[in-house]
Write a protein that binds this ligand. Structure first.
Ligand code: DGY
Length: 324
C-alpha cells in the first residue's frame, strides 16, 4: 500500500499527479482553507503533508497525528510551523528556499517603483475619469535611481534586492541584519551595514525582507516610523506582523511618511480597514513569489522533500533535524 499524504491546498495538477505515483494522496483542489480542526482531521493517519503558509502546524495538531513524519511547506517562510514542537514530535519540517529568490526580489523592486512613483494611485485617478490635463506636479513622486535604499533583513532575497538597487539603479544601499555579511558579500551586492536607527533616518526607501518571529514582531511601529524621513516610502514583502499596520495607516493618513507598498498584512487575508481608504499605499495580495515558473518550482521542491524523506530517507531543504 502506498503511504498516505495530505496536500492541504490546491496545487499544480502535474505536481499532484507526480505525488500520486508514489503516495495515496488526499488533495484539496477546491482550495478551501481548512479550519485547525478540519486540518487535524484531514492529517490524521497521514505520514506526510504538503502545506502553505495558511496551515498552522503546532503541538495540538502533532499530538493528534502521531503517524506524521514530514510536513513540506510550499513557502520559504515558515512562521506557520512550530518547529521546536515538530522536532519534539520527530516530524521533519521543510521549506522552499532559493527557487523564489530572484522572482521575489523582482517583485520587491516592482512594489518599490509602484509606491515611490505612485503608479496605482495615478491609475485609479485615470480610471475614475478625473484626468483632464497634464500638470507639472501631477502625481509627482520620489526619485528611485540614485536615492538611498535601506533593507531590513539581508538574507538571499534582501541581497537580490540590493544587487538590483546598486547595479541597476545606482542607489546607495544600507542594510540591517542580525549580523553583518562577510565583506566580500557586501561588496558583491553593493551594500553597507547600518544600525537600524541610522538606516531608518538615512533611507529614502525602506524595504522589509526579514523573517517573522517573536523578535521581529512590529519591527516597524510608530516609534520607527517617527525616525523616517517625511518623504520616505516603506515596502513590506516579508510577513504580516513585521509592521504595526494600524500605526502605519495612521502615519500614511497624516502624511508622516509619503507612501507604503504592502504585499503582506497582519491577520491576512484581512487588511486593516484604514489601509483600504488611504490613497498613498499600494496593496497587493501576498504575490511576491507569484510567477507560474517560480510557483511550479516551489511546488516541485515541496514534493521532492516529501519523496526524498518518505521514500529515500534523505532530506533536501530541512528546517530541523529529526531521527527517523
Ligand atoms: C514564501 O515563500 O514565504 C512566500 O511568502 C509565499 O508564501
Amino acid at each position: 500500500m502506498k503511504p498516505a499524504i495530505l496536500v492541504a491546498r490546491a496545487i499544480f495538477p502535474e505536481v499532484l499527479e507526480r505525488l500520486s505515483q508514489t503516495f495515496e494522496v488526499t488533495a484539496n483542489q477546491d482550495d478551501r482553507v481548512y479550519t485547525p480542526a478540519e486540518l487535524t482531521e484531514k492529517m490524521r493517519g497521514k505520514v506526510g503533508a504538503l502545506t502553505t503558509g495558511s496551515e498552522r502546524i503546532d503541538a495540538a495538531l502533532l499530538a493528534a497525528c502521531p503517524n506524521l513524519k514530514v510536513v513540506a511547506n510550499m513557502a520559504v517562510g515558515y512562521n506557520n510551523f512550530d518547529v521546536p514542537a515538530m522536532t519534539a514530535a520527530g516530524v521533519l519540517a521543510t521549506n522552499t528556499p532559493d527557487v523564489l529568490t530572484e522572482t521575489t526580489a523582482d517583485f520587491g523592486f516592482a512594489l518599490l517603483m509602484a509606491t515611490a512613483r505612485r503608479v496605482t494611485e495615478s491609475e485609479h485617478y485615470l480610471r475614475a475619469g478625473h484626468w483632464t490635463r497634464w500638470s507639472y506636479d501631477m502625481f509627482a513622486g520620489a526619485e528611485v535611481h540614485g536615492s538611498t535604499l535601506g533593507i531590513i533583513g539581508m538574507g538571499r532575497i534582501g541581497q537580490g534586492i540590493a544587487r538590483r538597487a546598486a547595479r541597476g539603479f545606482d542607489m546607495q544601499v544600507l542594510y540591517h541584519n542580525r549580523s553583518p555579511l562577510p565583506v566580500a558579500q557586501e561588496v558583491e551586492c553593493g551594500a553597507r551595514y547600518a544600525g537600524k536607527e541610522a538606516l531608518l533616518r538615512a533611507a529614502d526607501h525602506v524595504m522589509l525582507v526579514v523573517p517573522y518571529s517573536a523578535e521581529t514582531h512590529h519591527t516597524i511601529g510608530a516609534a520607527e516610523i517617527a525616525m523616517m524621513k517625511p518623504t520616505a516610502t516603506l515596502v513590506n514583502i516579508a510577513r504580516g506582523g513585521i509592521v504595526d499596520d494600524a500605526a502605519l495607516a495612521q502615519a500614511l493618513k497624516s502624511r508622516r511618511i509619503a507612501a507604503a507598498g504592502l504585499d503582506v498584512f497582519e491577520g491576512e487575508p484581512s487588511v486593516h480597514p484604514d489601509l483600504l481608504t488611504v490613497p498613498n499605499v499600494v496593496l497587493t495580495p501576498h504575490i511576491a513569489s507569484a510567477t507560474i515558473a517560480t510557483r511550479l518550482k516551489m511546488a516541485n521542491l515541496a514534493a521532492d522533500n516529501l519523496v526524498d524523506y518518505l521514500v529515500h530517507g534523505r532530506t533536501r531543504t530541512p528546517l530541523n533535524q529529526v531521527s527517523r
